[in-house]
Design a binder for this molecule. Structure first.
Ligand SMILES: [Ca+2]
Ligand SMILES: [Ca+2]
Length: 217
């Protein structure tokens, strides 16, 4: 019974996560890989970074690659995984996407932080630590919250998650960026169990930055 309730709750929470920023999702046309003629400007300007396959004990959050689309109006960071057979067969754990926007300051300035079955937060950082601030907080709803959202592959089979943030004065302001990505897998939801040790994966290595990705039209 406990698992059934948890699963239902998880579904509701996940919908809340995916529906957190409808304005962002509605503005992004679905990405199609089917025909060359359907390639969008965003795809042409996508910069890809690869990570080794199978370099983590648990497969679900094995980072396969990260791509970045850095446009004047928004930043999109897509993290790709192996995928699962069943919709919402997600692990418990988290994805962290750190953003460096200022080379003169050590470490990231911002990050997307997504806990599976819980919530997604965009926040400034202090060093590599999330600093929740009112502007980006959901309670009370901050003035910048609607700018950051999450998308996933159409069938929610953990093939990729994309973290989007709009560029806006006094919210997220950036030109060139670089990213660092980490995942932590702490267990399974169905049936529920926690691993004795969490499984970490990083884009190449912990706190390693990609090269700078210039802003392009
Ligand atoms: Ca990997
Ligand atoms: Ca920095």
């Amino acid at each position: 019974m406990k698992i059934t309730s948890a699963t239902k709750l998880a579904g509701v929470l996940m919908l809340a996560v995916l529906g957190a920023a409808p304005s962002v999702q509605a503005a992004d046309a679905p990405v199609s890989h089917s025909e060359d003629t359907s390639v969008t400007a965003a795809q042409r300007s996508r910069t890809r970074f690869a990570d080794r396959r199978g370099d983590v004990r648990k497969a679900k959050l094995d980072i396969r690659g990260v791509s970045v689309v850095n446009r004047p109006d928004r930043l999109r960071v897509r993290v790709s995984f192996p995928g699962v057979a069943e919709t919402y067969d997600f692990p418990t754990g988290a994805v962290m996407v750190y953003l460096d926007t200022d080379e003169s300051r050590d470490g990231p300035e911002y990050g997307h932080f997504m806990d599976f079955w819980s919530d997604h937060r965009f926040a400034p950082t202090d060093g590599w630590t999330e600093q929740r601030v009112r502007a980006w907080s959901h309670s009370p709803e901050g003035r910048c919250v609607a700018d950051a959202g999450v998308r996933s592959d159409e069938q929610s089979k953990l093939r990729w998650f994309e973290y989007v943030v709009l560029k806006r004065d006094r919210c997220f302001e950036a030109n060139d960026v670089r990213v660092a990505v980490s995942t932590i897998n702490i267990g399974e939801l169905r049936p529920f169990r926690e691993y004795r040790r969490p499984a970490w994966d990083h884009l190449t290595s912990r706190h390693a930055w990609t090269p700078w990705v210039p802003e392009t039209d």
